[in-house]
Ligand binder design. Sequence first.
Ligand code: AMP
Ligand code: MN
Ligand code: MN
Length: 326
Amino acid sequence: MYDADRQEALRLISDAKAILGVTHVAPDGDAIGSLLGLGLLLRQLGKSKVTLACDDGVPEKYRFLPGAADVVRSTRGRFDLILALDCSDERRCGRVFRAASTGRAPVINIDHHVTNTEYGEVNIVLPDTVATTESLFRLMRAWGLELDPDLASCLLTGLVTDTLCFRTANVTPEVMRVAAELMKGGADLSDITARTVNRRPYDSIRFWGALLETVQLDDRVVSVHSSAASRRGSGYPANGDASVVSLLITAQEADIAVSFVETDEGKVEVSFRAKPGFDVSGIALDLGGGGHRVASGCTVEDPLDPTRNRVMEMVKRARREQLARQ
Ligand code: AMP
Ligand code: MN
Ligand code: MN
């Protein structure tokens, strides 16, 4: 199945002239690394009309990556083919994708989320890879393409950021082998780590302060929350929880961690993390989001307090059911 899909993907790419690559809104290192890595692979395949797009642009910390300055936030004109990277559903692909996919262009969906809805004409969804960049590395080999230092840097960035620098439970000897090949190919692991996992704006640390004032532990579920006003008060300009949920899940008394952050539009961004053995992907999927067993998220269009009450009940029930099955 996977063999046929990757051959079909290569055929669609060979036949296409104008190609659009897109990645998810609020992009992380795997989103940007896979988008820029795709651009380099398409160049090796001789494609010259390639547009790389993301609704939210490239966050400042990923602008060191080669090609980051070429990523656009909106597009015009028609495309013959769209490749979506690291997006578990069409909504995650954002406005650029919606605008381009109203035409007849086929979609190749390349991803590693277990909740992927297989929305493409071709779906290369590999939940056993730790990052979409690892999926791209496999495609690179299957298509007979070559590593160079720029491509290696983009691909290693996805591996480093989605595994929190090789600390997650899905890291296998094979992942370390891929990482070693990328390093041999010219990627600088310590530089990538210093620029991504080990770097954040001071404002985000102030925001952690506001969030941690609200921390609660309830039935081995640790949680924090923030209103939009509280986030603004801390000076943190972006949406989301500034990754505080990855800190919360280190609490030894917790099996699951949840953060609730109200956006300026009055929605609530919810992020989940689980200790290995627990699964938070289904909860996020039920709430219209998605993700992985141990890291998932969603956006809920209800006020903060009722959302917290409802989601915390769902999480505690899911935890009890999962414990009963262990
Ligand atoms: P985060 O907590 O934002 O780091 O996200 C953790 C995981 O959940 C990532 O793999 C995301 O792709 C996924 N995720 C987060 N928010 C959403 C959402 N609104 N819809 C679908 N997936 C999401
Ligand atoms: Mn991502
Ligand atoms: Mn990813």
